[in-house]
Design a protein around this ligand. Structure first.
Ligand SMILES: N[C@@H](CCC(=O)N[C@@H](CS)C(=O)NCC(=O)O)C(=O)O
Length: 97
């Protein structure tokens, strides 16, 4: 799992805390916000909003999620809730096939 983040970002900090509490390993990918590194073409292709943190979505990028059973369980539980299922990215009209 890759975590795109910035050391001073409070939202990045919260994700780092959650991953640490869950003892989930991740690769730290830094984007220096004050230098505008969140607006490179490569990063915008990954996250068009140009914000951090961004945890690379395992399903979208076809990652092996087997090492992360808790995340899988949470995802499956969320998908039983109609509002979550309806709002899922892959069910939107502009979703790529
Ligand atoms: N709730 C937001 C939080 C992300 C956010 O606001 N990140 C800030 C840093 S804490 C950011 O990336 N700012 C970069 C910018 O505005 O160019 C999200 O949807 O991801």
């Amino acid at each position: 799992m890759k975590l795109h983040n910035y050391f001073r970002s409070s939202t990045s900090l919260r994700v780092r805390i959650a991953l640490a509490l869950k003892q989930l390993p991740y690769d730290y990918v830094s984007h220096h916000l004050r230098k505008g590194e969140q607006r490179t073409q490569a990063y915008l292709a990954l996250n068009p909003r140009g914000l951090v943190p961004q945890v690379i979505n395992g399903r979208r990028f076809d990652c092996d999620m087997a090492p992360y059973p808790t995340i899988q369980r949470i995802h499956e539980a969320c998908m039983t809730i109609p509002a979550f299922a309806q709002a899922a990215p892959d069910r939107q009209p502009d979703a790529e096939a």
